[in-house]
Design a protein around this ligand. Structure first.
Ligand code: NAP
Length: 418
């Protein structure tokens, strides 16, 4: 398709799908949104690292053709004040896979979060956040190496659906009246703001399906359904119920529930089976601090997942290095999980880790594990050499503070040593 302000590269091929399976050419066109604030610094550094890793891992046989698409402040410059141009969505629909830096959400009326808009318009229903510790990274835990989980957070439902009625409005009054007179729900104060929390079997099951499939594909041992079903029975509780139901119906050979393990296998998970278990959301925070090894893949609702992702990221180095992705049936958008940190714009000093590892996830998504692993190993060596950006330098002893660009150069140089 023809674009007004997007230059499709001369070289490279589109990623496509055949019978539901992604087909990745050796020279795929991948999209990038630079991002606002620190976006330029971290995207420039990370692209150098991703390109070097692909080149070194495959001896030139594979190569990424980058295609820039726009959102946020850069888009507003290119598209005459439009922060979220339609062509960006079209490009994702056509080319399928891309990565983005952080975006400013302009403060003031009329603007929805650009990040939320991208997820909703492209129906990227799984927010995937791997949380693991890299040797040498400062952590508040005694044994951060025990944390190695992948969170699948539902991205489209729950309180994030934005169905809310403000106290004092006509809509609020009507809904309150309906609840009191038609449904007999009386235990809320007059003029309470009201919100609706939709959780559907369709939305829950497609997220849990993606989590279980990931566990199968990556050889993971368990999927934990995290919910608040003890209090919210027909939303959070239903999420848990539908999760077990889905595992039983669609993955009977590959999975086993905790009840079956207890009843039929003396509490030992049979070899080759993925354990499906569940935990109430509040206790999950305690478990992930005290016994993180008991969890592997986590599937949860939108709001629980929001809290849990940032809390777990803090256990292994914080949002400065936590990677993420938003994935739908075909389209995948990888992204830095922190914001634009505007005070550091163009100072060449912030940590590129979050975006860098989002790119590592993207390489894994393409099945380019050799390049992904090369980056991880070179990164660990660089941290081990105690050459780090300012945020880690202030938490580590005997560390050398280096600019973002030099940090990237050191990682690339270390690829030859690992
Ligand atoms: P932020 O940009 O994440 O920055 C908060 C603090 O986190 C920074 O001041 C810095 O801490 C630390 N930080 C963030 N990224 C870092 C990095 N790469 N390396 C090292 N330290 C890093 O959060 P914010 O200030 O609340 O939000 C700023 C803007 O970003 C807002 O417009 C918001 O809407 C937007 N935002 C976008 C996204 C997204 O695009 N996904 C997410 C969140 C927020 P120190 O000051 O301690 O050095």
């Amino acid at each position: 398709m023809a674009y007004d302000n997007i230059a499709v590269p001369d070289t490279g091929e589109k990623i496509s799908f055949s019978k539901g399976k992604m087909q990745v050419p050796d020279n795929p066109i991948l999209l990038f949104i630079e991002g606002d604030g620190i976006g330029y610094d971290i995207m420039t550094a990370s692209k150098r690292i991703w390109d070097a890793a692909v080149d070194k891992a495959y001896g030139g046989a594979r190569k990424i053709s980058w295609m820039e698409v726009f959102a946020g402040e850069k888009a507003a410059g290119v598209y005459d004040g439009n922060y979220m141009p339609d062509e960006t969505f079209d490009a994702f629909r056509e080319f399928k896979v891309g990565i983005k830096g952080p975006l400013t959400t302009p403060v003031g009326g009329g603007f929805r979060s650009l990040n939320v808009t991208l997820r909703q318009v492209l129906d990227l229903y799984s927010c995937v956040r791997p949380v693991r510790w890299y040797k040498g990274v400062p952590s508040p835990l005694k044994q951060p190496q025990d944390v190695d989980v992948v969170i699948f957070r539902e991205n489209t439902e729950d309180t994030y659906a934005g169905i809310e009625y403000e106290s004092g409005t006509e809509e609020n009054r009507k809904l309150a009246e309906f609840l009191r007179t038609e449904l007999g729900a009386t235990n809320f104060f007059p003029d309470a703001g009201l919100g609706i929390k939709p959780i559907s079997p369709f939305g829950s099951k497609r997220l849990i399906r993606a989590a279980i499939q990931y566990a199968i594909d990556r050889g993971r041992s368990s999927v934990t359904l995290v919910h608040k079903g003890n209090i919210q029975k027909f939303t959070e509780g239903a999420f848990q119920k539908w999760g077990y139901e889905l595992a039983r119906e669609e993955f009977p050979e590959q999975t086993i529930s905790w009840d079956e393990v207890a009843a039929d296998h003396n509490g030992d998970v049979p070899n080759g089976k993925i354990l499906i278990q569940d935990t109430i959301a509040d206790i999950m925070f305690q478990k992930m601090l005290l016994r993180p090894r008991e969890h592997d893949v986590i599937a949860t609702t939108n709001l629980n997942g929001d809290y849990l992702s940032d809390a777990l990221a803090a256990e292994v180095g914080g949002v400065g290095i936590a990677p993420g992705a938003n994935i739908g049936d075909e389209i995948a958008l990888f992204e830095a999980t922190h914001g634009t940190a505007p005070k550091y714009t163009n100072l060449d000093m912030v940590n590129p880790g979050s975006l860098l590892f989002s790119g590592v996830m993207m390489l894994e998504h393409l099945d380019w594990f050799e390049a992904a692993n090369l980056i991880t190993k070179a990164y660990e060596l660089t941290i081990d050499q105690r050459a780090v950006t300012y945020d880690f330098a202030r938490q580590m002893e005997n560390a050398t503070k280096v600019p973002t660009s030099e940090f990237a150069t050191r990682i690339i140089a270390n690829m030859d040593a690992v």
